[in-house]
Design a protein around this ligand. Structure first.
Ligand code: ARG
Length: 468
């Protein structure tokens, strides 16, 4: 694939075997530098641990190991300071770093790759990167849960309708619903922590797929790089991307949660609900309709959940039927997972800012508890407490609701006691205080219920969970 008209391709690590290089467009097609350059610091850390181990094991001279370490540290600093730019024409980050080392140190640079393949190198870099990035996501989740719990705490007594089928179902509080969201986000947090525990094994020393005949010390490099242990099987080490699947899945689930919360926010921000008043700085206007204040942030977060679902499907599809061990297809893994991680991180940050600054319209939420007969279940349970079998109590309460509808009333409490008694003799004057929205909420104080004191307990449990 040589073409006189094309630009020359850069020096590659595999030039010895292939005299002819791909033409520029083809080279660029198979290159991954644009994606894996974010692994630069991880690649350097891996090389430093590998070089030090090669020195200790007598595979390279000790002074070469020292020179490599010094130069790698310098490269890391220069990259960090922006003094060294990553060459966008390089094949990948591994070739780029090794190329710089060789340019600067000559043969010493040519020694660093002993006992290593880019297959174990990329598996290592990816895991090292995730060991940094995933705890950061965990911290974003923690902060998001904290912001929601702060709001929840302010609203343990703010009555609002709870919905099933998007129909008014039973009165709850805003604090209760926000705590419900937090329970989901707390599971997300533990999913990330779980995946992190499983990926905490070091693939370095796995080589291309079958280890090395050189006396590498895999325990030493695993330890130096902060892994719990080396991976068990070299072939699996270069073939496995379960950690990417697990994390892409955790990202997708988190985004699905956010998309559902944002759907509620969008509904609540509508004139029809008017439960939430998003801060002006967390809303956008319309280019044509002067009156508009749109919940764009909530909509965009909801929309971006499509990406993470797509990335998970991409990864699953990428891996399906892929021969064990390494195949170049695997290069596609990073773009997908990086995008999922970036998406979750930015969405959590935006969702948090939007929710922390939002104001809630308590009187609208409370007013929405009138009409819709959300107290009907409590009226039935009132009769159960008086000894009526539940199925009969359900029927009585349903008939009372029908009576109200026929009479054009919006609340069971608008019926007189005499009228209620036509449906059941068990109704007494205390029914009226039992079926106010606040009383309905307060009575549901079982573990998991919406009663203010119980929600305060749930908030304490969630706070304890994110503190640990
Ligand atoms: N850029 C490659 C990747 O991301 C690095 C490993 C390349 N290995 C190979 N044998 N071509 O997967």
């Amino acid at each position: 694939m040589k073409d006189q008209d094309n630009k020359p391709t850069p020096q590659v690590l595999w030039a010895g075997r292939l005299a002819e290089k791909p033409e520029a467009e083809a080279f660029a097609f198979q290159a991954s530098i644009s994606v894996d350059q974010r692994l630069a610091q991880d690649d350097i850390l891996g090389s430093r641990a590998h070089a030090a181990m090669l020195g200790k094991q007598g595979i390279i001279p000790p002074e070469t190991a020292t020179a490599l370490d010094t130069e790698l540290a310098r490269i890391a600093d220069e990259l960090e300071a922006g003094k060294l730019a990553i060459d966008p024409g390089a094949e990948d980050i591994h070739s780029f770093i090794e190329g710089i080392l060789t340019e600067r140190l000559g043969d010493a640079g040519r020694m660093v790759h002993a006992g290593r393949s880019r297959n174990d190198q990329v598996a290592l870099d990816f895991r090292l990167y995730l060991k940094r990035a995933v705890p950061e996501l965990g911290a974003e989740l923690t902060e998001t849960i904290r912001a929601l719990l702060d709001q929840a705490e302010q609203h343990t007594e703010s009555i609002m309708p709870g919905y099933t089928h998007l129909q008014r179902a039973q009165p709850v509080t805003l604090g209760y619903q926000l705590s419900a969201w937090c329970a989901g986000l707390a599971r997300d947090r533990s999913r990330f922590a779980d995946a992190l525990r499983r990926l905490d094994e070091c693939p370095l020393g796995a080589g291309a797929l079958a280890g090395s005949s050189l006396p590498l010390d895999r325990e030493a490099t695993a330890k130096a790089l902060g892994f719990a242990r080396p991976t068990l099987n070299a072939m699996d080490s270069v073939a496995d991307r379960d950690f990417a699947l697990e994390l892409a899945s955790a990202c997708s689930i988190t985004m699905i949660h956010l998309s559902r919360f944002c759907e509620d926010v969008v509904l609540w921000a509508s004139e029809e609900f008017k439960f939430i008043d998003l801060a002006e700085s967390w809303s956008t206007g319309s280019s044509i309709m002067p009156q508009k204040k749109n919940p764009d942030f909530a909509e965009l977060i909801r929309g971006k959940s499509g990406r993470t679902t797509g990335n998970l499907v991409s990864l699953l599809t990428l891996l399906k039927g892929l021969p064990y061990a390494y195949d170049k297809d695997l290069q596609e893994d990073k773009e997908a997972l990086f995008d999922s991680i970036d998406t979750v991180r930015s969405c959590l940050r935006m969702f948090r800012g939007m929710m922390a600054s939002a104001r809630f319209n308590k009187s609208r939420m409370e007013a929405a508890c009138i009409g819709g007969f959300m107290e009907a279940t409590d009226a039935a349970e009132y009769l159960v407490r008086k000894g009526l079998p539940f199925r009969k109590a359900h029927e009585v309460a349903a008939l009372v609701v029908r009576d109200c509808v026929a009479a054009g009333l919006t609340r069971i409490a608008d019926r007189s006691l005499a009228e209620l008694k036509t449906r059941s003799e068990l109704f007494e004057a205390d029914i009226y205080q039992t079926i106010t929205p606040a009383a309905c909420v307060a009575a549901r104080k079982l573990p998991g219920g919406p009663a203010p004191e119980e929600v305060r307990r749930q908030i304490r449990v969630l706070r304890g969970e994110i503190a640990g």
